[in-house]
Design a protein around this ligand. Structure first.
Ligand code: ZN
Length: 178
């Protein structure tokens, strides 16, 4: 994984691209949750799932299929009464916040590839740019030299681009959405 911080910051930056009127605190909170949700699969290690199975880390929960499924769940449970126009924007936001996790993981320089097309294919993918230092699993290992390397690379490849999204989002909110 990229670190939970990295995933959360990306979800925040993505949220800024959407009209302020739909991006309530609840939506940001759910977006943040969505961006770290795929890593629930680290539990699989505890159950002794072999690493090349679809259920191992960076498998099924990191797929596009799960991102769509999770988006539908959020809309049903948290936005049932919203207008169609905000629902459609929120569905794009939740999908992006969730799928951004796998995309960032696919840019890390270690670990498994991402099973983007699970459950239809167990094939694992990396993006051509493996520039993000892979993050250790577990908080104990994070406070180390390795952790510093992670923060450095995430600053360049996640925090700075997310700041870019915030600026673009501010501009969109001022000039385009009204
Ligand atoms: Zn992950």
């Amino acid at each position: 994984m990229a670190s939970a911080f990295g995933h959360g910051i990306a979800a925040y930056g993505l949220g800024k691209l959407f009209p302020k009127s739909v991006m309530t605190r609840k939506v940001y909170t759910l977006g943040l949750l969505s961006s770290i949700l795929p890593d629930l699969d680290v539990i699989a290690f505890k159950f002794g799932v072999s690493w090349d199975s679809m259920w191992s880390h960076r498998g099924f929960t990191h797929s596009i299929f799960v991102a769509i499924f999770w988006t539908i769940i959020l809309l049903i449970f948290f936005h049932r009464k919203d207008k169609f126009s905000s629902k459609s924007k929120l569905s794009i936001y939740y999908f992006l916040a969730t799928v951004s996790h796998g995309i960032l993981d696919a840019m890390t320089n270690g670990g498994n590839g991402i099973a983007f097309f699970a459950p239809f294919s167990a094939e694992r993918y990396f993006l051509p740019w493996e520039v993000i230092q892979v993050s250790p699993i577990g908080i104990k290992n994070f406070f180390s030299k390795w952790g510093v390397e992670v923060l450095k690379s995430e600053f360049i490849y996640i925090v700075l681009p997310s700041l870019g999204l915030v600026l673009i989002g501010n501009w969109l909110n001022k000039k385009v959405y009204q």
